[in-house]
Write a protein that binds this ligand. Structure first.
Ligand code: F6P
Length: 317
């Protein structure tokens, strides 16, 4: 393999993964072309040559130096034909796709439908890639949210208030559950768990009757809006509530050591897998060991098992 391309989404640790891919490829005498703005760049032929020096000083940066986009055009056969044309015209013999579910679904199309050798690197704050213990970006996101939550707690405690904090997670409550446990929260509303507003409100009343004075309730965006949860609690209990929606701060920020190390390992693994002839697979570290997960499996909706963490949070709250 003489030349590979690299496509990215944005989240903490993606730049560290780009660095690992480019430097591993360079050590194996493989050229790398960076594809700008995700699949849109592939469609429009926006590629840049990359070498060891072009990835200097990026290991600590959030986002992606290659930029990204949600590409509607790539979902069409015409868009896919143009993407293939860019791959052929630039002599790209293999692709590394760093991103979440949508990016890996695109990788699966290129590999499965068009026979392009592709290896995926899981990177998404939602951590919802099937068969992958931890995706790049999830740890940074949890830490960014936790930092914000600790600040909110200062006010919640001082003013004895009920706060409802909304975190990201479209269909997966990974960030919500991690933050709730790490932040010592009282309750968490997840897409994966049934829990009604009446139950939460009764819990607050019972807790207050026993002397509890402040509450932090986390809600995953895929489950409900913080505003709706707060309104329901106020109506049910007659108590004042405040909300905070953390939003996109959770996808940015300086990557944690966990994400940088994961990115180094997975980026390296992806290049080695591509050179070894693997395709239509996603790299993963499972129980400390490197693994390859078929993309067909990786992109299936994945649900986290929150029961143990949820029970622990309730015991400790
Ligand atoms: O998939 C990652 C994610 O950040 C989700 O948590 C969130 O729902 C979504 O992307 C937001 O997408 P966008 O940045 O396109 O608004």
């Amino acid at each position: 393999m003489k030349r590979i391309g690299i496509i990215t989404r944005d989240c903490g640790g993606v730049n560290a993964a780009i660095r690992a891919v480019v430097r591993t490829a360079s050590a194996r005498d493989v050229e790398v072309l960076g594809i700008l703005k995700g699949y849109d760049g592939l469609i429009n032929g926006h590629v840049v040559p990359m070498d060891r020096r072009s990835v200097s000083g990026i290991i600590n940066l959030g986002g992606t130096i290659l930029k990204s986009a949600r590409s509607e055009a790539f979902l069409t056969p015409e868009g896919q034909a143009k993407a293939l044309e860019t791959i052929r015209a630039n002599g790209i013999e293999g692709l590394i796709v760093i991103g979440g579910n949508g990016s890996q679904a695109g990788a699966h199309v290129l590999a499965g439908r068009y026979g392009v050798p592709v290896v995926g690197v899981p990177a998404t704050i939602d951590n919802d890639i099937n068969g992958v213990d931890l995706a790049i970006g999830a740890d940074t996101s949890v830490n960014v949210a936790l930092d914000a939550l600790d600040k909110i707690r200062d006010t919640a405690t001082s003013l004895e208030r009920i706060f409802v904090v909304e975190v990201m997670g479209r269909s997966c409550g990974y960030i919500a559950m991690q933050v709730a446990l790490a932040g010592g929260c009282e309750e968490v509303l997840l897409p994966e768990r049934e829990l009604g507003m009446t139950t939460v409100s009764r819990e607050i009343e019972a807790g207050n009757a026993q002397g509890k004075v402040s509450w932090i309730i986390i809600v995953a965006e895929g489950r409900a809006k913080a505003e709706d949860v707060a309104t329901a609690i106020s109506l049910n209990t007659g108590l004042e509530t405040r909300i905070a929606v953390l939003g996109h701060i959770q996808r940015g920020g300086r990557p944690t050591a966990v994400d940088r190390i994961l990115a180094a390992r997975l980026g390296n693994l992806a290049v080695e897998a591509l050179i070894a002839g693997e395709t239509d697979k996603c790299v993963s570290i499972h129980c400390g060991r490197p693994e390859l997960v078929p993309l067909e499996t990786a992109i299936c909706p994945s649900c986290i098992d929150t029961s143990a963490d949820y029970s622990l949070m309730k015991i400790l709250s």
